[in-house]
Design a protein around this ligand. Structure first.
Ligand SMILES: C[S@@+](CC[C@H](N)C(=O)[O-])C[C@H]1O[C@@H](n2cnc3c(N)ncnc32)[C@H](O)[C@@H]1O
Length: 429
């Protein structure tokens, strides 16, 4: 087993087959037994993907002739080698020799001398002085995303791109049914883990140094869960009260489902997701937290197939989206997403909102959420909906976080350490 070859194969599947990082990591690292080795592959993949366009530029810069289409795994292996030399604390000789051995593991031993020659002759100062970087390589985003963000958020454009390329904070949600945020921060501190509150949230904290979740005090007992700060804002908008009937329409992996139940355990909650394997993750999460909800695997828009006719007091629609607000957590989004996806997802967002509206009680509240910063997936969907439905009335979000949009509010990536999320609240008249 060669860890560099595994990382190269994963990056290749993302870059050339459009697969997702989480899926590739799960499948390709399943056989790695040593947790340190697993963590190494993960760190290399995340690192290369965060600066994919830069390493792609560098690899092309050093290759006299690009690799053939069938040998793109070698192109990715070269990026893996460059990343180790420039950003990792691996000794240079080990980085080079292990990467070169990776070429043999990829069954392409003919490329060993070429990869060896390039990596051995890397001059870090010369690389830092390269001033012919393309815009893609400089900002580490494809041009369409750069142009889109520049058009949608001209004043915040550079900051958003910078934040997207950073390591995200390790954010947690303290289970306020079981302990207080201050207590949990003190418990962490007693174990030499420093954490600070996420100011906009009731129970959010950021841990200074990430650790394996199993090492978090009380994790198994449900004292704490991993969740970004902005994702924790959705539950407050639902204005929960005891014993309400609530629908979580696109629920997996269940971060918000669990937060709803932690906040108001008497909630009669139905959680739906179209993907059974992701629905299983909700079950896992709820079991750890000793919470329960009715879980249904269905297309939430196909109301006739899953609905029992009892209307809901609250609906959370955390709609599928491009994920343009969470690029720092999922750097593969920059590579696998296409501009056309916005339109395709938009059809789904409209359809979900349109059909789910029918199951909301008159007087009930619907909270629409995405982890996107593109207006087409956010306020424009809501604007279009409220224009067409005279029983839909926007409840303005009167919180000090986020930026007001024509409808709803946007948190931009990095604001108060949070991910980019959009929120809107509709009351049914
Ligand atoms: C943004 S994620 C939800 C995150 C989740 N609410 C949480 O807080 O953990 C969107 C989810 O919508 C699901 N999904 C996509 N289309 C759907 C549909 N038509 N009906 C139900 N679920 C859908 C996806 O499988 C995905 O799990």
């Amino acid at each position: 087993m060669n860890l560099r070859a595994i990382a190269a194969l994963i990056i290749c599947k993302i870059a050339f087959e459009g697969k997702s990082l989480s899926e590739c990591l799960r499948l390709e690292t399943a056989k790695i037994k040593n947790p340190k080795d697993k963590a190494f592959v993960k760190a290399v993949c995340f690192g290369v993907l965060r600066k994919f366009y830069y390493y792609d530029f560098l690899a092309k810069h050093y290759l006299e002739k690009p690799f053939k289409e069938a040998d793109q795994d070698l192109h990715c292996l070269l990026m893996v080698g460059l990343f180790q030399l420039l950003e990792m604390r691996v000794p240079d000789h080990a980085a080079v020799s292990e990467t070169v051995s990776g070429a043999a593991k990829l069954k392409k031993p003919w490329s060993k001398s070429l990869i060896n020659a390039i990596l051995r002759n890397i001059d870090k100062e010369k690389i830092a002085a390269i001033n012919t970087l393309t815009k893609e390589a400089y900002y580490n985003h494809p041009m369409w995303i750069q142009e889109k963000i520049k058009q949608d958020w001209p004043a915040e454009f550079r900051t958003i791109l910078e934040v997207n390329n950073e390591h995200p904070p390790f954010s947690l949600r303290v289970n306020l049914q079981k302990t207080s945020r201050d207590n949990y921060i003190n418990t962490l501190s007693a174990k030499n883990m420093q954490a600070s509150p996420i100011q906009d949230t009731p129970g959010g904290i950021v841990l200074e140094t990430p650790v394996d979740v199993e090492k978090l005090p009380g994790f198994k007992e449900g004292l704490v869960s991993v969740q970004d700060g902005a994702a924790q804002l959705a539950t407050g908008l639902l204005k929960l009260e005891p014993k309400l009937r609530v629908l979580d329409a696109c629920a997996a992996p269940g971060g918000k489902t669990a937060h709803i139940l932690e906040t108001e355990p008497s909630t009669d909650l139905v959680a739906i997701d179209v993907d059974q394997s992701r629905l299983d993750l909700i079950k896992e999460n709820l079991t750890r937290l000793k919470l329960s909800a009715k879980l249904i695997c269905a297309d939430a828009a196909d109301v006739d197939k899953w609905w029992d006719g009892n209307k809901f007091d609250r609906v959370l629609l955390d709609a599928p989206c491009t994920g343009s607000g969470v690029i720092r957590r999922n750097p593969d989004i920059k590579i696998i997403r296409r501009e056309q996806d916005i339109e395709n997802l938009n059809l789904i967002q409209h359809k979900l909102l349109e059909n789910i509206w029918k199951v909301l009680k008159p007087g009930g509240l619907l909270v629409y959420v995405t982890c996107s910063i593109f207006p087409e997936e956010n306020y424009k969907v809501l604007k279009d909906f409220t224009d067409k439905h005279n029983d839909a009335f926007e409840i303005k979000i009167k919180e000090y976080w986020g930026q007001d949009c024509e409808v709803g509010k946007q948190v931009l990536p990095g604001k108060n350490g949070m991910d980019g999320f959009y929120f809107a609240c509709l009351r049914k008249l």
